[in-house]
Design a binder for this molecule. Structure first.
Ligand code: UDP
Length: 374
């Protein structure tokens, strides 16, 4: 197939693009940066277009028309940004992404749209004020694609603008699919981690996800910070498992993914953020640390202090993956310890090389610069 992959050089995009090239597809890859795909950027079946999609000077319609399948991974997906630049998060994640969907509708191209598990929001437990008999029951936190309710916080907690933008985009795709001859698949990733997930702190001004915050603390011997005590839980999914599932969506056996939404995640890898910090510190001590350098301390900080006003957390989220198991025969294989070792190894050994190839300086400045230029 000829596949237009938008956001091909991000964390998920770089792993997915590599897999699609290995499977023999021809890829037109669009991204602002190229540093995560440098090792295969010159592949004969890859055309790389360095482009900020917010700028008017690119030919989205022609690229869509020329492809058999469109994959849209373009997003700001880091909680630090939802707080710092909420309008930019809305603009990129909804307004600009809608243009891609509209082009797919116009030219009747199948679209794989990346969304987020954040659309599910918080659990019933957080709204029930102690009114549930068995609040630990995983069924309160297990989210199914087609039946779960969405519980988002108040407007003043502007963190939810990301979840809301993604949710609205999903609803528009669904509505387009009802009214027009339009085929799409929506993917809701549950906390993927792996090599290349984010840049570490020195370049990102507080933007990356928790794995990178902790990794940065381990490498630099600074504090590992638990936001509001670190009791919140996540299910971590190794990028290789995720790519295996996503690639099956690309293949779409017998149209199994037509107009479907898929959770992709590892329900068995649930961990609190405090446990994650402790596990990462233990692994680092065991495998990577210089024994003469003291390990970082784990401290608690308030959400206001860490993110600023407007943050509210997802307390717990477990993916129901029965749909992917049934329709795609997919099963995640990686356990938490192994995926942490693999991801950490990358940051300890290879990361500095990628970092050197970064086009510009500080990432946050880049975002503002790109936004202003567009
Ligand atoms: N978090 C933390 N310390 C950090 C960074 C994040 O305790 O240094 C918490 C954050 O408040 C959230 C969880 O870790 O509860 C996961 O955050 P992440 O940024 O990875 O993204 P999310 O899973 O919320 O989308």
């Amino acid at each position: 197939m000829k596949i237009l992959c938008l956001g091909a050089a991000g964390f998920i995009g770089s792993h997915l693009t590599k897999r699609m090239l290995d499977e023999g597809h021809t890829i037109v890859a669009v991204d602002i940066y190229d540093d995560k795909i440098t090792e295969f950027k010159d592949h004969e079946r890859l055309t790389f277009i360095q482009q900020d999609i917010r700028r008017p000077d690119w030919d989205l319609e022609r690229l869509v028309q020329d492809s058999d399948l469109v994959i849209d991974l373009i997003a700001y997906a880091n909680p630090g940004l939802y707080i710092k630049l909420p309008m930019e998060v809305f603009r990129l994640n909804f307004t600009e992404n809608l243009k891609i969907a509209d082009a797919c509708v116009k030219y009747k191209r199948r679209l794989i749209q990346f969304s987020t598990c954040e659309v599910y929001g918080r659990t019933l437990v957080t709204c029930a004020n102690g009114g549930l008999k068995d609040p630990e029951n995983p069924s309160y936190a297990t989210f199914s694609e087609d039946t779960s309710e969405f519980i988002l916080g108040p407007v003043e907690k502007h963190r939810w603008i990301y979840a809301c933008a993604k949710q609205l985009l999903e609803r528009v795709l669904h509505a387009q699919g009802l009214e027009k001859e339009f085929n799409y698949t929506i993917i809701r990733p549950f906390n993927f981690i792996g090599p290349k997930i984010d840049y570490l702190l020195d370049e990102t001004d507080g933007i990356p996800r928790v794995f990178s915050f902790f990794m940065d603390a381990l490498i630099n011997g600074t504090q590992m910070k638990l936001v509001d005590g670190g009791q919140q839980r996540r299910c971590y999914t190794y990028i290789d498992d995720a790519i295996e599932c996503i690639y099956r969506v690309v293949e779409n056996p017998n149209g199994a993914c037509d107009k479907q939404i898929f959770n992709i995640g590892s329900p068995d890898n649930e961990v609190s953020i405090r446990q994650l910090a402790e596990k990462m510190r233990d692994i680092y001590a065991e495998k990577f640390a210089d024994p003469s350098v003291p390990l970082p301390e784990i401290v608690e900080v308030s959400a206001d202090e860490f993110y600023g006003k407007g943050y509210e957390d997802s307390d717990r989220r477990i993916p129901d993956i029965r749909k992917a198991q049934k329709l795609l025969g997919w099963q995640p294989k990686w356990g938490l310890r192994d995926m942490l070792i693999d991801s950490m190894k990358y940051y300890v050994t290879e990361y500095m090389e990628v970092k050197k190839k970064r086009i510009d300086g500080e990432f946050m400045h880049d975002i503002v610069r790109h936004a202003n230029a567009a």
